[in-house]
Design a protein. Structure first.
Length: 77
């Protein structure tokens, strides 16, 4: 399995939307997303900067997304 790459925050939001998360609100440079089970995910949004692999991995864990599912959606977009 390849390494998790840095991902643009807007792209990460689109990936999470594919898994049933929706943007609930934004406070400053952080977008808060939630799914039907009320799982809350916070995505930092900084123009021109990507979300680092460690944080992407932590977000995937919180969202319950496997590496295989993540890479499958990442390749589509």
């Amino acid at each position: 399995m390849p390494k998790i790459p840095p991902v643009d925050s807007r792209r990460l939001i689109k990936i999470l939307e594919n898994f049933g998360f929706r943007v609930v609100r934004q406070k400053g440079s952080h977008v808060i997303m939630m799914n039907e089970e009320k799982t809350r995910i916070v995505i930092p949004v900084h123009p021109g900067r990507k979300v680092k692999p460690g944080l992407v991995r932590a977000i995937m864990r919180e969202a319950g997304i496997s590496r295989e599912e993540f890479f499958k959606i990442l390749k589509k977009k």
